[in-house]
Design a protein around this ligand. Structure first.
Ligand SMILES: *[C@@H]1O[C@H](CO)[C@@H](O)[C@H](O)[C@H]1NC(C)=O
Ligand SMILES: *[C@@H]1O[C@H](CO)[C@@H](O)[C@H](O)[C@H]1NC(C)=O
Ligand SMILES: *[C@@H]1O[C@H](CO)[C@@H](O)[C@H](O)[C@H]1NC(C)=O
Ligand SMILES: *[C@@H]1O[C@H](CO)[C@@H](O)[C@H](O)[C@H]1NC(C)=O
Length: 407
């Protein structure tokens, strides 16, 4: 079932591009890259006990400093994003959202200014429903006011969660927020939680519709710092790939959630595989880690320019699972914008290293009679491979190989 020719797949993706509209705010021409508080810092509000790790302006400023000074900004990581638990429990006297007064004493506008002064962008979190997932004020009934408040502060990206909300209103309500953001005149990248909630209730998901109103959308459950969590998200993308691939393009991208590279839950090889997979899926690359004490190995993975280039390829195509070998190895292919170039990931899901024998023809990768392969995780040239001939590929346990392919 995964054998159909790549060319047919590309033609289909192009056809879909011409018949449906993406959100027209000029943003997310390639998958957004940045940093987000949630998976590392969650809803830590106790700044007395945890001054360095509570959700606060200090945490955000520390991360902006590290992103600017340690090479992340130069590698393309741009957005510094708050998740839940930044706001006060109550709106202000004019009904506007406000930052927690103790943890954000300088105010949200000052924080945005600080982040902008580092050459970075500021992302914030809101909720479509009446309350956020951690019980802070939601935007239901306040879409226009909240959009304007965010714009006034200088927000560049909004993640709109879906707790305490009525899913039957989404196809009207999410577009209302899109219009409210547009009406502010400030380009604000819009990340929706729309499909994840529908999935949760077993409802059919129209990605074409969602892509008309959201730049990126969370498709599945929250990621955790475990290999099984990474695999469960990949499995959901496999199930949905025929619906997701046509809507992955400049302006709109499927979001499998944050990167947990740099936390302590994954081995180095698992981290490489996670990063390779998110890159081949054309996923947003939003790190959820502590950039102040990240290991050298994790930093190298996150700053791998060759892998990032695959993620940021201007075509914006989401990779496709083209071949499953036994129960361990999945092979993914992503077409790139340069003619006859592509990227390949061999993902070994299981703990034992394994060798597979595969021809490029089996993967529907064609560059006339031979292709030139470069290993972009190890940064070594593999050399030419005849397309019709099987070659052996050794893949570490719970790890990946990633190749750039050209004629
Ligand atoms: C608002 O939408 C219009 C039409 O789709 C678009 O041309 C414009 O750039 C948008 N503005 C912002 C700020 O998103
Ligand atoms: C999905 O949404 C698109 C865009 O609004 C629409 O044209 C299409 O008919 C919808 N598909 C289904 C199956 O409802
Ligand atoms: C990790 O992968 C490398 C090759 O990239 C391999 O040499 C090493 O044995 C692997 N480590 C483990 C623990 O599997
Ligand atoms: C970074 O520091 C935090 C506490 O300050 C700690 O919880 C975490 O384990 C550290 N991470 C690494 C990778 O050392």
């Amino acid at each position: 079932m995964f054998q159909e020719p790549l060319l047919k797949f590309v033609a289909f993706a192009l056809l879909c591009t011409s018949i449906s509209n993406a959100l027209d705010n000029g943003l997310a021409r390639t998958p957004p890259m940045g940093w987000l508080t949630w998976e590392r810092f969650h809803c830590n509000q106790n700044c007395k006990k945890n001054p360095k790790t509570c959700i606060s302006e200090n945490l955000m400023m520390d991360m902006a400093d590290r992103m600017a000074a340690d090479g992340y900004r130069d590698a393309g990581y741009e957005y510094v994003n708050l998740d839940d638990c930044w706001s006060a429990k109550e709106r202000d006297a004019e009904g506007r959202l406000q930052g927690d007064l103790e943890r954000f004493p300088s105010g949200m506008k000052a924080l945005a200014d600080y982040i902008h002064s580092r050459g970075l962008k500021f992302g914030i979190y809101g909720d479509y429903g009446t309350k956020t997932c951690s019980g802070f004020p939601g935007s239901w009934g306040h879409f226009e006011l909240d959009a304007q408040t965010f714009a006034d502060w200088g927000v560049d990206m909004l993640k709109l969660d879906s707790c305490s909300s009525n899913i039957t209103t989404y196809s009207k309500g999410y577009p209302e927020m899109t219009r409210a953001l547009n009406a502010t005149g400030r380009p604000i990248l819009f990340n929706c939680k729309w499909p994840n909630e529908l999935r949760h209730y077993g409802m059919k998901i129209n990605y074409t519709l969602i892509a008309e109103y959201c730049n990126t959308w969370r498709a599945y459950m929250d990621i955790h710092e475990t290999w099984s969590s990474v695999l469960s998200i990949i499995d959901y993308f496999i199930l949905s790939q025929d619906a997701m691939i046509p809507v992955s393009r400049p302006g709109s991208f499927n979001d499998p959630d944050m990167l947990v590279v740099g936390d302590n839950g994954l081995t180095v090889n698992q981290s490489q595989a996670h990063f390779a997979m998110w890159s081949i899926l054309a996923a947003p690359l939003l790190m959820a880690n502590d950039l102040r004490n990240i290991s050298t190995q994790s930093r190298e993975i996150l700053l791998n320019k060759e892998v990032i280039a695959v993620n940021q390829d201007p075509l914006g195509a989401m990779g496709k699972l083209v071949l499953r070998i036994g129960s361990a190895v999945d092979v993914w292919v992503k077409p790139l914008s340069e003619k006859q170039q592509s990227a390949i990931v061999f993902l070994n899901r299981l703990p034992s290293p394994t060798t597979v024998s595969v021809s490029l023809q089996q993967l529907a990768v064609k560059c006339f009679d031979k292709c030139f392969l470069r290993d972009i995780i190890q940064h070594t040239n593999i050399g030419y491979r005849e397309t019709g001939k099987p070659y052996d590929y050794w893949i570490p346990g719970t790890g990946a190989l990633m190749f750039h392919v050209q004629p």
